[in-house]
Write a protein that binds this ligand. Structure first.
Ligand SMILES: Cc1cc2nc3c(=O)[nH]c(=O)nc-3n(C[C@H](O)[C@H](O)[C@H](O)COP(=O)(O)O)c2cc1C
Length: 380
């Protein structure tokens, strides 16, 4: 059996959280809901047990009570944030506004589907819990979307899970996982959204290891192997930016990197700096680096040596999270020559091992750098 990959991929990449484009006027038939549940029940389940239970709510009074309990958890916060972020262009403005709209209109949505499962998570890893329900709930969302309906994955009600259980007669020992408002969508044009590319969030063989080119098993130099370390910091991007845009920051934490001086001012994309390094195996060297990306509070990246064919590229990246910032420090070896390539030339048969050893040392240095920056940023 073959699939139309374009169509399946389109379904998978355009099933959005629909909040403002739910048609509040149009009825949703019971058949459509049950069809989608039948499809969803094809999802895997631990021990092949049937433990998922779906609660479909249409009664206006019950929906109103659920909506009130939902809003009690975070409705006020969403409304305030939505007003605060209005027109600011903040990275979360759209999401918060849509979430606030959904909270305000929850009772007007034709159907609320609560997905639950028999059992309570006790951390034992036994089958039949969250790990047996989330995939089915998502299949339900996909099946809705392919039929011209939409939903949004919501969990805010869980802050009031016991009151919701009381309202809906959900017995003890049943876990509520997700609340899905369901309606026909207004229009049918939904688009994929920007997400991190697979190569930036997929590690090969060991945690943090990347390659820019396809490889199988341990990476060769020509695969452009890289390393990424990340840590979540309780500080604003602006505070972290002051630290990561300091070209001497790594020298405080890494015994490989001695320091650097700007060759061009002001620091910006295209500006150069000279870095001084030392390494037990490779010795001491000085190298000119070119800033390839300089976006305050977001990205600081540079190429080592020849900007067209660098010996390595490095990048600090900041991603805002709720109440924190994710600090990402990534490097890619090559494609240009370096001390490392000279070592490989002397022992070409050991290329993969040499790279692997080099990456092991680098991993330690990079981890120490991000943890050091985190400590500084969280200190005051
Ligand atoms: C675990 C989880 C919990 C969520 N909880 C809520 C929620 O309580 N209320 C809400 O409006 N959206 C909720 N969302 C939806 C996200 O806001 C939404 O997925 C995000 O904005 C991205 O939009 P997209 O799904 O269209 O890509 C939740 C999503 C996930 C995965």
């Amino acid at each position: 059996m073959s699939f139309n990959i374009n169509e399946t991929d389109r379904l998978l990449s355009t099933t959005r959280s629909v909040k403002r484009r739910l048609d509040l006027q149009r009825e949703v038939s019971e058949e459509i809901i049950l069809d989608c549940i039948d499809i969803a029940e094809q999802a895997p389940t631990g021990g092949n047990q049937s433990s998922r239970r779906w609660l479909v709510i249409r009664d206006p009074e019950t929906k109103k009570e659920i909506a009130d309990l939902y809003r009690e958890v975070g409705g006020k916060f969403l409304k305030e944030q939505s007003e605060l972020l209005d027109g600011t262009g903040h990275h979360n403005e759209k999401t918060i506004k849509a979430s606030s709209y959904l909270a305000e209109h929850l009772e007007e949505i034709p159907v609320i589907v609560l997905v639950t499962i028999y059992g309570q998570h006790d951390g034992s890893g036994r089958p039949g819990l969250f790990d047996s329900v989330i995939q089915a709930a998502w299949s339900f969302c996909l099946a809705l979307h392919s039929r011209g309906l939409g939903s949004a994955w919501t969990t805010m009600h869980l802050g009031n899970a016991s009151k919701i259980a009381e309202l809906l007669d959900i017995p003890e020992g049943v876990t509520q996982v997700v609340l899905l408002p369901v309606a026909h969508t207004i229009g049918d044009k939904f688009s994929p959204v920007p997400r991190d590319p697979a190569r930036e969030i997929t590690w090969f063989e060991k945690w943090g290891k990347t390659t820019k080119k396809p490889t199988s098993g341990l990476a060769s130099f020509e695969d452009e192997p890289g390393l990424t370390v990340e840590t979540d910091v309780k500080a604003t991007p602006a505070k972290l930016w002051d630290l990561i845009s300091d070209i001497n920051i790594s020298s405080h934490f890494s015994n490989e990197f001695e320091g650097a001086d700007w060759l061009d001012e002001p620091p910006q994309e295209g500006a150069r700096f000279k870095g001084r390094n030392k390494n037990e195996r490779i010795g001491e060297w000085e190298v000119t680096c070119h800033v390839t990306s300089y976006e305050p509070n977001k990205v600081f990246a540079w190429a080592v040596g020849d900007v067209e064919k660098p010996a390595a590229t490095w990048e600090f990246r900041l991603t805002p999270l709720a109440g924190a910032t994710r600090l990402r420090f990534a490097m890619v070896l090559g494609p240009g020559p370096s001390g490392l390539t000279r070592i490989i030339e002397q022992a070409p048969d050991s290329e993969k091992k040499i790279i692997s050893n080099r990456q092991r040392d680098q991993h330690v240095n990079m981890r120490e750098t991000v943890e050091g920056i985190k400590k500084l940023a969280e200190k005051n």
